[in-house]
Design a protein around this ligand. Structure first.
Ligand code: BJW
Ligand code: ZN
Length: 244
């Protein structure tokens, strides 16, 4: 019988004692959370680059908060899907495991993943621009245009996420790279692979001779770089990589 890419990926995963996973917005798409790029990724007439920058927040904090509150409401109502759950199972069966996610939705943790690092922050956290405090922040019941969220110190709060042009948390990045360079297999799922530094992970893994597997709805710039590239929905494919 012909060996499929799913068979090849499954063999690599079953034999590996150490597994690294990188996820992006595509893994939460089947939970009903919009991705950033592509036709579903647009919000009103704005793109991610219009909203996810420090300049956008400086120029129009009300608009940026409106976008984040809109997304918080969608995420609050969403549930982890079979792709998140498959990653929980993967962690249970691997001797060493690390999940690095670019997602700010917290769905991996809600699904039950334990060793997970959030590279771009968390949408349910806010940070004070004045005193630097971080706190849990939920969307208000109604959006009052003049009411920007404020810290107890009076400072303006911003979403505790990483915007374009900002430095990603160095401790998280170093922990992820240390694990990655010693792992046996790296799975890259649901990311377009255009945002740095996460986009460098497939290349680093390949350079280190680590077996690489991509799972994505469509071919990406990563597809030609990995050992096995599988196209389809993560919620259908990831569970198949665990079972015979
Ligand atoms: C499915 C599916 C299904 C759908 N099943 N699959 C070096 C070179 C070039 C540029 C740079 C560079 N270094 C830095 C930059 C600039 C910039 C950058 O990368 N720009 C590029 C766009 C060119 N990077 C940064 O600024 C980063 N900072 C940094 O590098 O600091 C050091 C530094 C600072 C200053 C100067 C120099 C160096 C920070 C990046 C922060 C990104 N922030 C965001 C917003 C986070 C907060 C929020 O959520 O609001 O992070 S932008 C957005 O993109 C978000 C995502 O995490 C990130 C990645 O998107 P992702 O996850 O890949 O989603 P999509 O929508 O792009 O793709 C979804 C995929 O899923 C698709 O492929 C679908 O096919 C697939 N899919 N359904 C399987 N069911
Ligand atoms: Zn404060």
């Amino acid at each position: 019988m012909e060996t499929t890419n799913i068979d090849r990926a499954r063999d690599l995963i079953i034999r590996a004692r150490s597994v690294f996973v990188l996820t992006g917005a595509g893994i939460s798409a089947e939970s009903g959370i919009p991705t950033f790029r592509g036709t579903d990724g647009l919000w009103k007439n704005y793109s991610t680059t219009d909203l996810a920058t420090p300049e956008a927040f400086k120029n129009n904090p009300t608009l940026v908060w409106e976008w984040y509150h809109w997304r918080q409401r969608i995420i609050s109502q969403a549930q982890p899907n079979p792709a998140h759950q498959a990653i929980v199972q993967l962690e249970k069966h691997a001797e060493r495991f690390l999940l690095l996610t670019q997602n700010v939705d917290g769905l991996h943790v809600r699904a039950g993943s334990k060793n997970v690092l959030e590279l771009h922050g968390n949408i349910f956290r806010a940070r004070c621009l004045l005193c630097g405090a971080t706190l849990r922040h939920l969307p208000p019941d109604t959006e009052q245009e003049s009411d920007l969220p404020r810290c107890t110190c009076g400072g303006l709060l911003r979403p505790d996420v990483v915007w374009f042009g900002e430095t990603i948390p160095q401790d998280i990045w170093h922990t992820a790279l240390t694990f990655l360079t010693k792992t046996e297999v790296a799975i890259i799922c649901g990311t377009s692979g255009v945002v740095w530094p996460a986009a460098s992970i497939p290349e680093i893994a390949r350079h280190e001779g680590i077996a690489t597997i991509e799972v994505n709805l469509e071919p990406t710039g990563i597809s030609t770089m990995v050992d096995v590239s599988i196209q389809g929905k993560a919620g259908k494919l990831l569970p198949q990589l665990l079972h015979n």
